[in-house]
Design a protein around this ligand. Structure first.
Ligand code: NAD
Length: 409
């Protein structure tokens, strides 16, 4: 259920390993693209895996599910109002599969979700299907019950196919029997270890991973702001601090993007409505960062200046724009029309909203962008930019928000 960044590689992988897979997506454009062998997003080697899976006839894409032995839910779980998880897609997928379930079927929730969601999913199925036996946390599984597990994903976009197989997996069953059922499925293609636990621990562990990243990035970003304020090069100071054997400060940047690290900490905070001050503060620090970077660029540019924004996506060598801080920086710079923005991103074919159509904003190739720019802002260290090297930018006014030139030295 869901053929996005997580669901499609997983479906293709399972089909390549011999399973008959029905890939379901409510977006007809996604179904059409997948059925024609075209992934609707860029991911190295995915097109060839998809082509191989389709050629076997074991992968079929369509809009609605059919009866199966295993149902794997990988639908979006974005932030809703009040920074609470919007689980509407999870419930829609649950409602679509509930009428199809038989005793012994396995339902796996891969979507990242707040603690307790797998139990809520079981309760929802139980309400829709009083004829079925459902597992309950801490209670021995009744005979013939449907199995339920939370098996979160931790793949790295850009290396998904490798990590889908090589990463360790957390397998959180509602009961030990549920976990064993899910473990058997993943053991068929995962070479990393499958760590079996209960569903709540699995949900919390996944959220902890991304909150850990967010909090540590926030520390690096806050440190960068402090360093710049006292005329110290943050990169130099962090490099020196990291010579301590027990210190490993992360790299500062223009903020935190994508729809995981910037979102999942809120799901953790949701579990502690009156608490989690550190997690909430980290979110605020990282959310404020694009504004700080934009202000630093403005300080270097006179009115009417041409600013080359190198990179718009949310991370290097990935075409994903979701919650991109680089895009937020460019948007902020374009807002009042006092600057000319020459955006350059080798992973984009056109200017994305909200930049598309804005007066004074264009998308250009790297050479053209550098030729026209009064100020060069490095916002994402894409491979094409890394290949430039520091000498190509010598003598230019550069704001390096990601430390790309430091890394190149
Ligand atoms: N992308 C990542 O790197 C990543 C990593 C770890 C975890 N996750 C988590 O995995 C989940 C899926 O993320 P994604 O990046 O694959 O999302 P995505 O937006 O790329 O894909 C989700 C797909 O689900 C489809 N969909 C929505 N509602 C549906 C429904 N009711 N039935 C069937 N299909 C439906 C959408 O049309 C879309 O194609 C999220 O919870 C996310 O937080 C993502």
């Amino acid at each position: 259920m869901g053929l996005g960044y997580i669901g499609l590689p997983t479906a293709a992988m399972l089909a390549a390993r011999g399973h008959a897979v029905l890939g379901c997506d409510t977006d007809p454009r996604v179904v059409k693209a997948v059925a024609s062998g075209q992934a609707h997003f860029r991911e190295p080697d995915l097109d060839s895996l998809l082509a191989a899976a389709l050629a076997t006839g074991r992968l079929v894409a369509q809009g609605a599910p059919r009866p199966a032995e295993v149902f794997l839910i990988a639908v979006p779980t974005p932030l809703g109002p009040g920074n609470r998880a919007d689980l509407s897609a999870v419930w829609a997928a649950t409602d679509a599969i509930a009428p199809l379930l038989k005793p012994g079927d396995l339902v796996i929730l891969e979507s990242t979700c707040p603690v307790g969601t797998t139990e809520a999913l079981a309760a929802r199925i139980a309400a829709a299907r009083p004829d079925l036996a459902l597992p309950m946390r801490g209670v021995p599984a009744p005979p013939g019950c449907v199995h339920l597990a939370h098996c979160p994903e931790r793949v790295l976009p850009g290396a998904m196919l490798r990590e889908l197989v090589a990463n360790d997996r957390i397998i959180g069953g509602l009961t030990p029997g549920c976990a064993e059922s899910a473990r058997a499925l993943y053991a068929g293609f995962v070479t990393g270890q499958c760590h079996v636990t209960d569903s709540r621990t699995a949900e919390l562990a996944k959220l902890a991973e991304n909150a850990f990243r967010d909090v540590n990035i926030a520390f690096a970003n806050e440190l960068a702001d402090i360093a710049i304020g006292v005329q110290v090069d943050p990169w130099a100071a962090i490099a020196l601090a990291n010579r301590h054997p027990r210190v490993a400060i992360l790299a500062p940047g223009p903020g935190v993007g994508g729809h995981c690290i910037a979102v999942d900490p809120w799901f953790l905070a949701e579990s502690a409505p009156e608490g989690a001050p550190l997690i909430r503060a980290a979110r605020a620090v990282n959310d404020a960062r694009p504004g700080h970077v934009a202000a630093a660029i403005r300080a270097l540019a006179r009115p009417g200046a041409a600013v080359a924004c190198l990179g718009l996506t949310y991370k290097p060598d990935v075409g994903d724009l979701r919650a991109s801080p680089a895009l937020a920086v460019a948007e902020e710079l374009s807002r009042d029309g006092t600057l000319r923005l020459i955006c350059c991103d080798p992973l984009l074919a056109a200017l994305p909203p909200p930049l598309a159509g804005r007066p004074g904003v264009v998308l250009a190739g790297l050479e053209s962008a550098l030729a026209q720019a009064d100020v060069v802002a490095i916002l994402v260290a894409h491979r094409a930019f890394r290949a430039l090297g520091a000498p190509a930018l010598q003598g230019r006014t550069v704001l390096d928000a990601v430390g790309m030139l430091v890394a190149a030295v």
